[in-house]
Design a protein around this ligand. Structure first.
Ligand code: SDX
Length: 432
């Protein structure tokens, strides 16, 4: 309960309703409208949920004006500099940084869940060789529920944990298998002697014909990208996982729904779209033409990798990724990478352009990530899959938090109906 109140006076009667105002640890207060419809018979209206808190959560905190991102209270800058993706996965899932024993046990569990059932690998034979990897991810991840009947009781915390471990561990194996199907190479089995990120690179780039040594810089860069993409509060795909899970659906199907939402170019699909945009732009000489298109109200064109629903300051992740870009290109690829030069110039011009400044449109997490993935030799059509690998940790953490909440109930938004008023059925002979 709270002693802060908001008063609502509703027309036409002028009736007064006193609503509770809820405060979290940080961030804006929220007006509790839980009982508004039952008490006052009215809905609130917020398409796109710009001003709506859909739940309580203690996982991630974002301050869009200050450019703040914290996982369980830890600033993303510190986790990026000092942690590993597996340690961040433990933090997001369980709420605290693990001690040495807990981290070793957790890492051991994830490592030993990385293999998938052999029958699952046969699913790939049903896809055309050039199926988009995200199309395969949606199908294959959802089908995991067909293999784990032993752990689908979502109200049993032990079984929830097993599902979370299985998803975090198996997503990279499935992701790499999507790519192998695309290029007609055999699936590479996971290796238990490699780190999470090195194992993914081994499964993605290795072949049975020779041993594949993962470059330590590539391993560190990938692990850092996974940390930065692991969670982000109630974004579209996480909200999709929560709404799907609110009906009691199993977590494999919910994560498949999250992958579907992430695929959109307005969300996780943007990293692949940024590279397409930069290649289409081709040269610094064309930047002004594309910026003019992005500003043209009559042109649906948008600069991919710019803007964010929450960040009205720099996306802290973009700043970190920009630095990693320089390092990776210097060590692993052509440091005069024309696309990176073009990206730097585009950023410089856009962030000084009044249209972007006025609307607080800054480069977001997707703006530079694709350039690093390409420097790591990851194909463009796998960029959003990379995002899904990392975000699976956030998705299962939010799913676990929601299902274990005593207030757990199905999500069921209402609407403002603008359709036809009541009318009677007309026989076909009497219709226009
Ligand atoms: C991710 O939510 C998350 O947390 C997402 C994410 C995560 O980690 O989960 O951070 C990951 O999805 C990052 C965003 C990646 N998407 C893109 O880079 C695609 C390009 N950006 C946009 O389409 C857009 O900026 C969104 C979708 C990111 C945000 O859309 P909003 O909040 O609905 O913003 P809006 O459409 O209301 O735009 C406000 C104004 C509009 O102009 P006006 O009508 O006021 O004149 O800004 C303009 C828009 O036209 N605008 C852009 C623009 N983004 C917004 N104009 C040109 N280029 C753009 N990229």
């Amino acid at each position: 309960m709270t002693d802060k109140k908001a008063n609502l006076i509703l027309p036409p009667s002028g009736a007064l309703y006193e609503l509770d105002v809820i405060s979290g640890t940080e961030g804006p207060d929220a007006i509790d409208i839980t009982r508004l419809y039952s008490d006052a018979g009215v809905f609130t209206y917020d398409p796109g949920f710009v001003s709506t808190a859909s739940c309580h959560s203690s996982i991630t905190y974002i301050d869009g004006d200050e450019g703040i991102l914290r996982y369980r209270g830890y600033p993303i800058e510190q986790l990026a500099a000092k942690s590993t993706f597996v340690e961040v996965a433990y933090l997001l899932l369980y709420g605290e940084l693990p001690n040495a024993g807990q981290l070793s046990d957790f890492n051991g569990i994830i490592t030993r869940h990385t293999m998938v059932n052999e029958a699952l690998l046969r699913f790939f034979e049903g896809y055309h060789y050039d199926a988009h990897p995200m199309a395969m991810m949606v199908g294959v991840v959802g089908s995991l529920a067909g293999f784990y009947h032993d752990s689908l009781d979502i109200f049993d915390s032990r079984q929830r944990d097993i599902c979370a471990h299985r998803l975090i561990a198996k997503i990279p194996t499935i992701a790499a298998a999507c790519h192998k199907h695309n290029i007609g190479e055999p699936v590479m089995y996971p290796r238990n002697d490699l780190s999470y990120s090195a194992n993914f690179m081994h499964m993605l780039k290795g072949t049975p014909c020779e041993s594949y040594e993962v470059d330590p810089l590539a391993e560190r860069a990938l692990d850092l990208l996974f940390i930065l993409h692991a969670d982000h509060e109630q974004n579209a795909s996480t909200s999709t996982v929560r709404l799907a899970g609110s009906s009691g659906a199993n977590p494999f199907a919910c994560v498949s729904a999250g992958i579907t939402s992430l695929w959109g170019p307005a969300h996780g699909g943007a990293n692949e779209a940024v590279l397409t945009m930069l290649e289409e732009m081709g040269s610094v000489r064309n930047i002004d033409k594309y910026i003019a298109r992005a500003k043209d109200k009559d042109d649906p064109y948008r600069l991919m990798g710019f803007g964010h629903r929450v960040y009205k300051n720099h996306d802290p992740r973009a700043r970190i990724i920009r630095e990693v870009c320089h390092l990776v290109l210097e060590k692993l690829a052509d440091s005069n990478n024309p696309l990176f030069e073009l990206a730097l110039k585009l950023e410089e011009i856009a962030v000084n352009d009044e249209y972007f400044v006025e609307r607080k449109l800054y480069p977001n997490v997707d703006f530079y990530s694709g350039i690093i993935y390409r420097a790591l030799g990851i194909p463009d059509n796998m960029f959003t899959v990379m995002f899904a690998i990392a975000r699976t940790v956030g998705w299962v953490s939010h799913w676990t938090e929601m299902v274990s909440d005593p207030q757990f109930r199905i999500g069921r938004p209402r609407q403002i109906y603008d359709g036809a008023p009541k009318r009677d059925y007309s026989p076909i002979g009497e219709r226009g």
